[in-house]
Design a protein around this ligand. Structure first.
Ligand code: SF4
Length: 437
């Protein structure tokens, strides 16, 4: 016989939210895979279950006591119930019925319905709030909806009621256009919150910010210009410089930006936060939403508003507005590492590297939307390469991409965007310390 091997595994605090989170492995398959790595497995975990976590092992439900506010147990319960409002509904019921809390108190059974092949969307927290809570039938309906924990799985949430105060974290004008328009049309009290210390270099940051301000001015909605905490961003990014887009650096980046957004919302009486990052197909909506939910979970009065903003309709409307407004066309996600990786990709496709400030302006909705098509996004991330296509098919893909991106420099937007920027295009001393790829 051979020598017994020992596999040592460690699960970090946020590992379950990152790349493996969307794996379709069943629990027993994951266990078998793990078992193949050694005769003996020693494991440690720092896993923290907060809203956005996807439960895999629980199938019937969870028996638990009623917990104290601000505890990590409350984060777990909220993750299970889908959102903070649902948790408040359950706890309000416990309070009005005089249940006893903590270890020697009463217990609750949070029942999970078996997953259906085509899960139905949960009721929104607003509908749940509006329902009377005095009859057993109502309680049952609330329980059936909230207890499934589907909110963290489902994509849609209905529109908050007219007049709701929404703080929209915005990364740029092009991504905010259609979202802001839809919110204003539905009578929401929306404020744009610009907090993006990830954007590099400062020149690009100023262009994106000024374009976003211009849009807010045109619509007559408030615009909050938050700090440019670039040193803190790089401090947090340390060790993740080579993490790919959609990887752990991006979770950090979303977390940092949404934490500040949630804090501002809490301090200024906003009921909802959401983000324009959720509207871009370059982003993993689940990853963005998990960060948003983590940030909002710290403040009972603030809820992260999750919705599917990446539909074809929203994408096209976004580019129609972008062309109408002639927004500056940005050509990479934002940080210096994404600029480096975008340039690597472009070189591999025979496309000129990005020149900051010269991306031109949006002017052709269909063509611009094609640059964010599922196909273009898949090619950038290399998703096609695992599908065993022939080299001829890959060459065709490559040609299509060159067509999609090739005309970008012809729009002559450099002067248009720059002329809107008065003296702010000078490079920034702080940012100069970081690599300009
Ligand atoms: S690629 Fe984009 S989301 Fe990811 S870290 Fe860079 S700026 Fe942030």
């Amino acid at each position: 016989g051979g020598t017994a091997s020992t596999a040592v595994k460690h699960l970090g605090q946020w590992d379950a939210y990152e790349s493996g989170h969307n794996s379709s492995l069943a629990a027993h398959e994951a266990y078998e895979t793990l078992a193949r790595t050694g005769d003996k497995i020693i494991g440690t975990t720092e896993l923290c279950i907060v809203p956005g976590y996807r439960f895999r092992v629980i199938s019937g439900g969870l028996i638990t006591n009623f917990h104290q506010p601000d505890s990590t147990l409350m984060c777990l319960i909220t993750a299970l119930l889908g959102n903070d409002t649902n948790t408040q509904t359950v706890y309000q019921h416990a309070l009005t019925q005089g249940y006893r809390f903590l270890s020697y108190g009463d217990s609750s059974f949070i029942r999970l319905k078996p997953a259906s092949p085509t899960p139905t969307m949960p009721k929104t927290s607003h509908q749940l709030e509006q329902k009377g809570r005095n009859t057993n039938e109502d309680d049952q309906e609330i329980n059936d909806s909230i207890i499934k924990g589907e909110n963290s799985e489902g994509k849609c949430m209905d529109w908050p009621p007219k007049g709701s105060k929404v703080l929209l974290h915005s990364c740029c004008a092009p991504c905010s256009g259609a979202m802001v328009e839809a919110m204003v049309d539905r009578g929401m009290d929306v404020t744009i919150f610009f907090y993006n210390p990830n954007i590099h270099p400062k020149q690009e940051y100023e262009i994106r910010k000024e374009e976003n301000k211009r849009y807010a001015r045109d619509l007559g909605i408030p615009f909050v210009d938050a700090d440019y905490d670039v040193d803190e961003w790089y401090r947090r990014a340390k060790g993740m410089e080579w993490s790919p887009e959609r990887g752990k650096r991006c979770s950090m980046c979303f977390d940092m930006r949404f934490e500040r957004t949630a804090l501002f919302a809490h301090e200024h009486g906003f009921q909802y936060i959401t983000t324009t990052n959720a509207t871009s197909r370059w982003k993993d909506a689940d990853q963005v939403n998990a960060s948003g939910e983590r940030a909002a979970a710290k403040y009972p009065s603030v809820e992260y508003w999750k919705r599917d903003w990446q539909t074809d309709e929203m994408t096209l409307r976004k580019y129609v507005i972008n062309a109408e407004k002639e927004f500056y066309k940005q050509e990479y996600c934002g940080c210096s590492f994404s600029l480096r990786d975008t340039n690597d990709f472009r070189r591999s496709q025979g496309i000129e590297p990005v020149t900051v400030g010269s991306g031109g302006v949006y002017n052709d909705p269909e063509k611009d939307a094609a640059e964010e098509s599922k196909e273009a996004v898949a090619s950038f991330f290399g998703w096609d390469t695992d599908r065993g296509e022939s080299s001829e098919e890959r060459k065709q893909d490559s040609r299509r991409l060159r067509e999609v991106y090739g005309g970008r420099k012809k729009t002559g937007g450099s002067t248009v965007a720059s002329s809107r920027l008065d003296a702010r295009t000078a490079s920034d001393a702080t940012h100069g310390e970081h690599n300009n790829w």
